[in-house]
Every structure is written in structure tokens, then in C-alpha cells.
Ligand binder design. Structure first.
Ligand code: SAH
Ligand code: SF4
Ligand code: F3S
Length: 434
């Protein structure tokens, strides 16, 4: 057996892909190690979404290179979005033996076989069909409780700031038979929660089955599993999906609905195909159909030409929606995207940083308010394991995706317990067992 070490960066789709890579290489004699110093093959599954994500990988490649210098037989592979975007540049560094894009993982056994010092191998071919549909992933077993299931690949939206359509190619949906089978399989292996993954889950379509249909099928096939999904796109999320969520007790009431900006002018330049009013209407629909549903978002501060007024529109949208949580970034120009070609990256870095800080400060307050609203309420929580701070406490999430901690020495990971919220911080609900 050879030992394979993989570090995973970027989004949940990359985590799911790393699990596929372990599955594809297992029959060729590669077993997983978590110790880089004993690995025969060292890989990074990479992300290109922002410049600092790529800078981190460059740093890791230097670390891998030190391993290679100490043990010249070690092979280093770069997988994922940055492999796709940087292609030959990575090979030319002389520090990398294998470069494989997101649709090329089936060729990894051959690439590994052919790679040798001075003979690097590359496959960055994108595909219109590849979904790794029948591959049974080797779960990274983050806690043995929660599994990711990829339901589609690629993206057809081409938002002007975003590199994903270039690194992951055209959108394609995976055969729902294999999704339902994988979900049931997770259930029989003891998993308690699954998250269906896609860049735009609402545009899932396979053999006439849309996302609402898929969600219903999965929820009904696996009544013992909590079902989550990500990411929803404001332009496409339908009332039909909301009704399915409302009528199935095992589908979590949490929607990740990235808004990106609160200004119509900026949304148009971003090529997000909705307006502020449309977004707010979707939020109203969510709250009408599921009053207890949590909503989280992504936002970008300082996109090309963003004025103070545009920025204030983002702040006011946050106030209006009262998000439960948000992932917040400043704009990072990505080479080759529409925005990089059409619009100057003209908001000075210090202005981007200041606007981002203002959004973060506002969201910190909103998160605290959202948590305070939960004090006194009871929730069913899926236990993830001991809390980080205190071994006498357990942690786990509500259906609304809020982290809870409570004193408990009886239960363990995978149990579902009922807790009452007694206090909170901005990040955590402090609870007691009921
Ligand atoms: N498919 C998802 C997003 C995937 S990328 C969606 O459409 O919502 C995750 C997040 O990264 C995006 O929502 C966006 O907020 C952020 N992002 C993407 N490109 C970026 C860039 N060039 N600069 C800064 N943030 C970016
Ligand atoms: Fe990127 Fe837009 Fe596709 Fe999301 S929907 S992955 S932001 S192009
Ligand atoms: Fe990053 Fe690729 Fe995901 S760019 S966010 S790893 S799709």
C-alpha cells in the first residue's frame, strides 16, 4: 500500500471531491494518511475564489517542496480549481508532479503511474458530463455524523466577479438515482445528517426531476436523516422548494442565500440576475412559508465602481433582512473573469477594508440579536461531539444551523437531544439539556 495525504481548501464541494479522489485511488493501492511526513503522495485540493486563497496554496507548495527535497521519491499533486486556473504555470515551477482539474480525477491513477522526477503529468480537461455519479466517496469522517453529497457540478451563471465557471466548467446535474442511493447509504453507515451540494442547487434538473422533486425524494427516502442543502440562488429559489422544506420535518429550516450586494446598480454589474426588491421578496416568501427559517448570506464589499451610497444600500439591506449569519469578503479581482476584463478594480484597498469592517460590525450585532431571540426557546440538536473549550460540554447544531453548547456527559456524537437556550454569545447558543 502507498500512503496518500490530501489537504482540502475552499468550499464544501472540494471536501466532497477529496472524498471522491480517495475512493478513486483506493483500488490502486493508495490508503489515506493524515501525516504528511509519511506520505508517498502529497496533494492539495485547491481554491481560486479569491487571491488570498491562492496565496495560501503557494505557501503550502513550498512546504511540500521541503518534503520532496528530504525524500525525492515523494510525488506532489495539485488538484481542484487552482489546478484548472494555473495549469502549466504550476508545472513550470518544478515543484509539482501532477496537476489535475476538477473533472480529471478518474485519470489520477494513470497520472500517478506516469509521474516521475522530471516527468510531470497534467490533465485539466473539463467535461460536460462528468458527475462522478457512481463513485462511493471515502468519507473524511469529520465527525462521523454529517456527510456532504454533491448533486451537481460546474456553474452556468457567470457572475462577473467569479472564477468558478472557468475552474469548474458548465453546469451538469447528477443522476438522482445515485444521489438517493448515496443518501440511504449514509444513513445505513450511521450518518445522521446530509448536505446536498451545488453552486446553484435550484437549477438542478435530471430527467425531468427538479430540485424540489429531488429534495422531497431524498427527505422521504431517508426519514431518519436531517437534510440540508447549499447554495440557493436568489434568482432561482422557488416557492415549490420552500413548500417541500415546510412539509418535511427532517429538512432543516436554514437557507444560505448569497446576496452579494444591496445595490441594484452593483448587482447588475455583478451579473446577478435579480434586484434588491426581488431578493427582499424571496426573503418575505421564506418567512411566510417557514416563519422559523434561518437565512444566511454571502456579501462582497468594494466591487468595481462601488460608491458610499452603494455600500450604504448593502448595510441597509442587512438591517432590513436581519441575517442570522453571513460570510463577508472584500472584492478580489480574478484574472479572466468578465469583471477583470470590463471594469477597473477601482475601489482602493483601504476603502474595501473599511467597508468590509462596517459590514462585519453590523452583522456581529445582527447575529447577537438573532441569538438573543432564541433565548428561552427549545431546539432539537444533533450532537457533533465534545465542545472545544470544555470536555464536560457537548456541542451541536440546531436545524437553523446555530452552534449550541451545553453541559452533558451522557450523550455522544450522533445523538439528537432537546436543549433549552439559557444565554448566548454572538457565535453560540448556551443551553441546558431538557
Ligand atoms: N455559487 C455560490 C457562490 C460560490 S463562491 C453563489 O452563487 O452564491 C462563494 C462566495 O465567494 C460567493 O458567494 C461570493 O460572495 C464570494 N466570491 C466569489 N468571487 C469573489 C471575488 N472575486 N472576490 C470576493 N469574493 C468572491
Ligand atoms: Fe460563481 Fe455566480 Fe456561479 Fe455562484 S452562481 S458559482 S457566484 S458564477
Ligand atoms: Fe473555491 Fe473552487 Fe469552491 S474556486 S469556492 S474551491 S468551486
Amino acid at each position: 500500500m502507498k500512503k496518500l495525504y490530501i489537504e482540502t481548501y475552499g468550499c464544501q464541494m472540494n471536501v466532497a471531491d477529496t472524498e471522491v479522489v480517495f475512493a478513486l485511488l483506493a483500488p490502486h493501492g493508495y490508503e489515506r494518511t493524515e501525516d504528511m511526513s509519511e506520505a508517498d503522495v502529497i496533494m492539495a485540493n485547491t481554491c481560486s475564489v479569491r487571491d488570498n486563497a491562492e496565496q495560501r496554496i503557494h505557501g503550502r507548495i513550498e512546504q511540500f517542496y521541503l518534503q520532496k527535497k528530504a525524500r525525492p521519491e515523494v510525488l506532489v499533486g495539485i488538484l481542484g480549481c487552482m489546478a484548472e486556473r494555473m495549469k502549466e504555470e504550476l508545472l513550470e515551477s518544478g515543484k509539482v508532479d501532477i496537476v489535475a482539474g476538477p473533472d480529471a480525477y478518474r485519470s489520477l491513477p494513470v497520472l500517478l503511474q506516469n509521474a516521475a522526477p522530471g516527468q510531470p503529468q497534467i490533465n485539466v480537461q473539463l467535461s460536460r458530463e462528468e458527475t462522478y455519479a457512481e463513485i462511493v466517496p471515502v468519507r473524511l469522517d469529520r465527525n462521523g455524523v454529517s456527510a456532504f453529497i454533491s448533486i451537481m457540478r460546474g456553474c452556468n451563471n457567470v457572475c462577473s466577479y467569479c472564477v468558478v465557471p472557468y475552474t469548474r466548467g458548465a453546469e451538469r446535474s447528477r443522476d438522482w438515482h445515485t444521489i438517493v442511493r448515496e443518501a440511504c447509504d449514509c444513513g445505513s453507515r450511521g450518518y445522521k445528517e446530509i448536505t446536498l451540494l451545488g453552486q446553484n442547487v435550484d437549477s438542478y434538473i435530471y430527467d425531468g426531476c427538479n430540485f424540489a422533486g429531488l429534495l422531497k425524494m431524498v427527505a422521504e427516502a431517508c426519514p431518519g436523516l436531517r437534510v440540508r442543502f447549499s447554495t440557493s440562488n436568489p434568482q432561482d429559489i422557488s416557492d415549490e422548494v420552500l413548500e417541500v422544506m415546510a412539509s418535511h420535518a427532517n429538512i432543516c429550516h436554514h437557507i444560505h442565500l448569497p446576496v452579494q450586494s444591496g445595490s441594484d446598480r452593483i448587482l447588475e454589474k455583478m451579473r446577478r440576475r435579480y434586484t434588491r426588491a426581488w431578493y427582499l421578496d424571496r426573503v418575505t416568501a421564506i418567512r411566510r412559508i417557514m416563519p422559523d427559517c434561518a437565512i444566511s448570506t454571502d456579501v462582497i464589499a468594494g466591487f468595481c465602481s462601488e460608491t458610499e451610497e452603494d455600500h450604504r444600500d448593502t448595510l441597509s439591506l442587512f438591517e432590513e433582512v436581519q441575517f442570522d449569519a453571513a460570510y463577508m469578503f472584500y472584492y478580489s479581482e480574478r484574472p479572466g473573469t468578465l469583471a477583470a476584463r470590463k471594469y477597473p478594480d477601482d475601489v482602493p484597498q483601504e476603502v474595501k477594508t473599511r467597508r468590509l469592517e462596517e459590514i462585519i460590525a453590523l452583522q456581529n450585532r445582527l447575529s447577537l440579536e438573532s441569538n438573543r431571540n432564541d433565548v428561552g426557546k427549545r431546539f432539537a440538536v444533533l450532537v457533533e461531539g465534545p465542545s472545544k473549550r470544555n470536555p464536560e460540554e457537548l456541542c451541536g447544531r440546531t436545524g437553523t444551523n446555530k452552534m449550541c453548547v451545553w453541559p452533558d456527559t451522557e450523550h455522544r456524537a450522533g445523538d439528537t437531544v432537546e436543549v433549552e437556550v439559557v444565554d448566548c454569545t454572538q457565535a453560540t447558543l448556551l443551553c441546558r439539556l431538557v
